[in-house]
Ligand binder design. Sequence first.
Ligand code: NAD
Length: 440
Amino acid sequence: MKIGVVGTGYVGLVQGVILAEFGLEVICMDVIEEKINLLKQGIVPIYEPGLKELLDKNVAAGRLSFTTEMKETVEQTDVIFIAVGTPPKEDGSADLKYVIEVAQNIGKYLNGYKVVVNKSTVPVGTGQLVRETIQQVLNERNEEYSFDVVSNPEFLREGKAVGDCLKPDRVVIGYESDRAAEVMKKVYDVLYINETPFIFTDIPTAELIKYAANSFLAVKISFINEIALLAEKVGANVQEIARAMGMDGRISPKFLHAGPGFGGSCFPKDTKAIVDIGKQYGEELKVIQGAIEANEKQKHKMVEKIVERMDGISGKTIAVLGLSFKPETDDMRDAPSIDIINGLVENGAFIQTYCPQGMKEAKWRLADIAEHIHYCENEYDAVKNADATVFMTEWHQFRGMSLQKMKDLMNGDTVFDLRNIHVKDKNVRDLFNYYPLGRK
Ligand code: NAD
């Protein structure tokens, strides 16, 4: 069985590499020539730990190839994954233009029975829309090839994507025909025989599972962030609250870490998209809407806290350590650092920053305020002469920093630890005016 993966981003590339690792022959396709050229040279265009090794191995084994040709991708494969972006529109709804474009192209080149698998995160009804789009193009071509559409949402976490795809918690397959379900069992044979839980369901349910799962996690984050704000006011400790809450099997300790707000390419857009789906069907999703609003508030609160504790920041230099929305990724989409840095600059601060992977993308996302930001060589360079340091993302190398060296390099002595990574360091409170999040 030969697999085509259309869209070679964080999801499509990892998916393509892992399916090749499972022994299938895979063609990864993308419209961005530069991306495909890099991949052909063995250069991975995104930062994802462990991906390069598996990519090299499977290219060498002859199972994995890259192309910009849609015709070849459709004609030569039996199963075609759609893994293109579904970014938010102005009104929060998911923009399906890339998905539709791919469906049209599949219709254009279909040359026999194929299973079209939607891996992108898409609103309920997209499976049907993809089917209708392909069918319409086939009608225009006067061709009668049969095909099936399957929904197979992706749950990988950036930074841990390789492990997540090699050993997923579950695989969700939304299908309409038994023939397609059998094909999907074959695609995921390695996981299927290794007792990975599979959920076979209808397409709308599969589509909604993905949004429901991401929204639930976003709600959990916003929940603990609000508890952190309250804990700070009443003199309680959010970490102990989260620990005690998490020991309850019904709650679980995961996603109970207070921080500056959720970000990334999924939670912000998926929460907005499901609220929009609710609106379309006359159901107001108040809990999820609340999580979105709490997340916006959280970022404002971080700026407010920094301004207040420093008696204003106009003319002051603030070191921001970490830009990506979480460690081990270069993804800056909707990272809280963007809003928080904008807020600090609006209040008159100059920013010195360092992030192991996020700086390239940050430079264009923060281009409007470029003259207020200096991008540094490393974390120590960033704190040099700073009046305050803000730990924004919990990269390991920031955890391991010498606090004494930091103190010697800084001009001021104020530290805002928005991830509580130094909260247990014995000297941190002696050396600095130290402000952790949601605790003393
Ligand atoms: P991405 O932006 O990194 O990659 C999408 C790729 O699709 C790009 O390389 C783009 O050039 C390509 N593309 C666009 N139109 C195309 C076309 N017509 N033909 C071929 N290629 C085309 O996006 P991503 O982060 O990989 O996300 C893809 C989907 O998966 C989204 O729906 C997202 O919500 C979902 N998802 C993402 C994650 C994640 O952590 N990134 C996790 C689970 C699900």
